[in-house]
Ligand binder design. Sequence first.
Ligand SMILES: Nc1ncnc2c1ncn2[C@@H]1O[C@H](COP(=O)(O)OP(=O)(O)OP(=O)(O)O)[C@@H](O)[C@H]1O
Ligand SMILES: [Mg+2]
Length: 362
Amino acid sequence: MNSMQNGETHFLSEPFCQSETEVEVSALLLRENEKVDPPFEMALRPRQFSDFPGQEGVINKLKVFIEAARKREKTLDHILLSGPPGLGKTTLAHIIALAMNGEMRSTSAPALHRKGDLAAILTSLRPGSIFFIDEIHRLNRDVEEYLYSAMEDFFIDIITGEGLGARSMRFQLAPFTLVGATTRSGLLNAPFRDRFGIQEHLTFYNKKDLLTILKRSAQLLEIPLDEGGAGEIASRSRGTPRIANRLLKRVRDYAEVRGDGMITSPLADYALQQLEVDYLGLDAMDRRILYLIRDKFSGGPVGIDTLSSALNEECDTLEEVYEPYLIQEGLLQKTPRGRVLTSSSLSHLKNMDRQELEKMKT
Ligand SMILES: Nc1ncnc2c1ncn2[C@@H]1O[C@H](COP(=O)(O)OP(=O)(O)OP(=O)(O)O)[C@@H](O)[C@H]1O
Ligand SMILES: [Mg+2]
């Protein structure tokens, strides 16, 4: 590998010209910073595009970019994947790495505290590696700016020593593809965002795609699931594969304990009611948000900070996890003066009140 010191270029035989202690420290950083997915998600994660239903527009484009890069025998341009949690950003990063025959290295932005953490990973990448950074909007500013030259020209400068003895060493990196995932692309600085040649946004899944995903997961996990049962879970999964898979597992528990093991439509409906997932797919927290705005703030507008303290929940969680689906379903509106309920949410809450009353009567 090629390095430059005080303007001179050096060629290194090792990925990173380090002393033994430095190598040990880097290895430790790699272990600490790299992210491992939970086994359940790993098992259900599609490994190729053909196993990945939904997001057709994004998938078609990615396939072309991958084929073009492979034809040119070049690394793929850097990719930014954005969208709400659980829609398949990490899964796509894995699929891209496999399609490019590249090694994949994963970490998440909060684990990259210092430039050194990033340098340790960057200098050990092989040509064509996919370097995946999750929650990339949380990268600290120093680390983010350090990435700029790595992304643009595949080099980084490393300062050794202090004061007058400080020296800058320039390391040429192997060409790699950075895949960043974020639930909040709006929080990325423009110069950073612009360095991603490919920017794709994932959207909530429709029922048909969720049905396909549920059937595949049921097959892999050997869960008896009929068409009606799959339909019931699909339409109450907030358009999100991760939620669909989670509900499938929980509904299976009810099917085994309260039924004969088969997930049918009535069984799924019963189980989802027990799990407090209503017919729109909203969970207890979604409803808490809506009830709070209706009952304590006269339907809004109410600021996110006020909501956050009233619910005892982080603003980020409200904005990343709960709001996107409520907004897409037309249950909540974001206005310059704050969050406001819509007529759909008011009538949904009325229905829920009616159901509660009936429950109390029986
Ligand atoms: N299109 C899909 N087909 C089948 N399964 C999917 C699909 N998209 C996501 N999944 C499944 O949903 C789960 C969550 O996906 P993934 O971890 O890729 O989401 P994410 O967008 O990275 O979420 P987060 O923002 O929370 O990191 C995984 O178990 C994955 O297998
Ligand atoms: Mg992810």
